[in-house]
Design a protein around this ligand. Sequence first.
Ligand code: GLN
Length: 536
Amino acid sequence: MESTKTAHGSKQSKQKYIFVTGGVLSGVGKGITAASIGSVLQAKGSYVSIQKCDPYLNVDAGLLNPKEHGECYVTKDGAETDLDLGHYERFLDIELTQKNATLAGRLLSNLIADERAGKFGGQTVQLVPHLTREIQKAILTAGHGSDVHIVEIGGTVGDYEGLSFVEAIREFAMKVGRENCMYVHVVYVPFIGTSKEFKSKPAQNALNDLRGFGIVPDAVIVRSDNEAPSSIARKIALFGGIPESAVLMMPNVDSVFRIPEVIAESPLMKHLEYFTSNTKKPDLSKWSTLIKHQQAKKSRRVKVGMVAKYLDNEDTYISVLEALKAAAWQENVELDLTWINAETINHAELDAVDAILVPGGFGQRGIEGKIAAANYALEHKKPYLGLCLGLQVAVVAAARRAGLKDANSTEFNADTTHDVVYIMEGQAGKESTGGTLRLGDYEAELAKGSLAAETYGSTNIVERHRHRYEVNQRFKAEIEKGGLTISGTSPDGKLVEFVEAKDHPYFLATQAHPEFKSRPFKAHPMFVGLIRAVTH
Ligand code: GLN
């Protein structure tokens, strides 16, 4: 068999591809499953890369409604992506880029631009073979250099809009060799309460659908709310035409971080080992340590008030929540998260929490409540963490405290005379286009001896960004008079990156989104700082 050397330096016979598709319904943990398979292989020393393909006609996730789709996750190169990339980064502890997020809208818009540029020399441009070829190219690019490349296809097989992706991954095996591709189908088995039985029929139909598109899976992962009987696994194996050992029953577990272990201990592992020719024992100690921390008896509770406007969908702030949880596990405290509605916020709610967090956000709704929360934290010396918009409202609160009563961000009051947060020169007039955001990694220099520098243990840091408005340093004196110091800026000093309060247990805010770089087993220092301010 041909042998290739990967960019990572490890040698293996040909690059392997694992395609993760879904059946029955979406939202049953396909992303976590894909990431967990990756982390098991990573724990065996393989160099793993991962990619999400979404059949939407959007070009990126930047303009998608977070209420419906969950958070927009931002990569270091500024790609605005689906929240699954966050799962991948947290599970695999790697940094992904635009090439790891493939949306049908982006591929189609490039394809149409090429057609307009006359690049097809008179050909009829079609979904097959032109779009499918673009999908395959995107897969090859994203997987380049890794031992195993995992590709998750969004939605469920059979969705009208996803057909080109299913066809593309079917053909892919003909290009790279079927032996180098593993197809994993994630299905759901419902429990019918009235007859008290699990039903495998929808899963069987989903396997039928997949076969109808020419893909016979190598493994099936069966999600269910509770443990389903082994007869279900037998039925699915028989129907899927695969050995029973390639059917992994995966009922809900107490912690998603247990899934790598569940996979590693299942008979499916043999198939994965054979497929990757890697029989090394996986080192899953970081996962078991994490679960131990997660489930340890906690020394105390910390009540964090999250001042937000979307309260009915935790996915909207998933990275912030994961970052808070990671910090709480590390500090051995029980996180008691209280959602505070920014539109109806009152003092009693703020009195009742140990710490306040104002996360990122766009738009006017709830903004006065967020400013009030920052003001409360300044006045009552309550630990405060401000993320992006959370910094901007803190700056507005400080300027108002210094007497600039109408201080505001021009995002919320375009006519304010005291535009303490504003659109910088060169950006004005482009506010409503998708393209003017400051996105991705930016460096910041932190003032020596500041809380920011102390928290990071460094004066030079890099964080990811996603915002349009900046602090107006013309009002530096007023912001300081109101109680805040600018403690971090861009290296040229033009952009404010961090502010903090003097004589305060912990009031730290950043223009960036540090939550994207937190990992479950490596909590981010700003979140740890917030928890410690309460416990120390
Ligand atoms: N709406 C603010 C801006 O555009 C903050 C953005 C955010 O919190 N991500 O600058």
